[in-house]
Design a protein around this ligand. Sequence first.
Ligand code: NAD
Length: 432
Amino acid sequence: MKVGVVGVGYVGLVVGSCLSKLGNRVICVDIDTKKIQNLNKGILPIYEPGLKEIVETNIKEKRLLFTTNLKDCVTNSDIIFIAVGTPQGEDNKADLSYVTAAAKDIGKYINSYKVIVIKSTVPVGESERIKKIIMENQTKRIPFDVVSNPEFLREGSAVNDFLEPSRIIIGTESEKAKEIMLSLYKPLESKNKHILVVDNRSAELIKYASNAFLATKISFINELSRLAEKTKADIKSIAKGMGLDPRIGPKFLRAGVGYGGSCFPKDIRALIQIMREHDCSTHILDAVEKVNEEQRFLLVEKVKSLFESLNGKKIAIWGLSFKPNTDDMREAPAITIIKELQKEGALIRAFDPIAIKEAEKIFSNIEYGENPYDTIKGCDALVIVTEWGVFRKLDKKKIRELLKEPNIIDGRNIYEPKEMEKLGFNYICIGR
Ligand code: NAD
């Protein structure tokens, strides 16, 4: 099939590349000229496991094209995905200006029937607004349909998530668009992979509801971890015991420094605003946000509790991206934690396997280590903020020798407290 993708970010690049891997001809368009130039040279704007190979192969086989020419993309595609950003805007609402601009341009260039697919996470009712914008910008009346097809990929495993999805949600009221979308996704269908066709509005809300529910699980276990700490119980054991109940499940029950990233924070806030606009109570989501906000400050408090003053203390930070296997620093807990420690006069040395380039755009006033060991040399404490796999496998005796003081504040519970104590660490973690 002939597919166009507008917006080549984390979502657009993965969706476009994977659809080309499935045999479709895909034209990806972005307003960022540098990004497109780089992609055409095989330089990817993001780190995502497995993505580079797919991009290179499909460019070579001429199934995947990158351009800044939206007209080319629209006129040569039958299905056009809108995958531009919907960041947090005024009053915490989703900023729909990028989606609006893309829809206006698409409207101008529609030359035959198209299915316009909203991949971006958008508020309920957005598909109708997009339809109106496209119609208003058409120079002549050519039929089209708008489908809501939210994306559930996770950064760090995005390629796999797209190719092996837990579910595909197609929101449409058009039989023709439904058939086209079903045949596009046919290669991904199997016994365990559900394709659910619903109305546009429900599809839009499924995305927000899913993110909000996952965030609720995280905040729930984080709040409970505070009680576990005070009562000398172990939050890891509690989560394990809870997770064995199939009605609860083990995922998203890991206590830590709270959620961050490009989606959860902004989507939870946007959903709260939508609910308020519709005069619905937001008790649960308000609490989810509050607990999450507090959680990263609690980690800072744990660091502060070790010293009379943090002024002049050298603090090492392991992990900067908001989660492992991505270089995405958007709303990363590390940002707040580093800023708070700096406010107290701490000197920061940080390491991340992939995200240092992104971190440098935010922090020019910290030192960056070349590897985990080099980073902690002579430091008064090590703070673990992101649970990269590499940190689990390091030589703990060496860590002990390199640190000036054996203080580890583990915001992700990656080590075993008893083992760490035996090794002579002052090991502080979450809820254990
Ligand atoms: P992003 O910021 O990484 O990428 C957006 C891209 O769109 C940028 O490259 C930007 O230059 C481009 N763009 C903006 N306006 C444009 C226009 N008019 N024409 C062409 N290109 C334009 O965003 P992202 O993380 O890929 O997220 C995109 C959407 O998908 C958001 O709504 C997000 O909430 C949703 N989403 C993201 C994830 C994720 O893990 N990142 C997962 C699921 C859903």
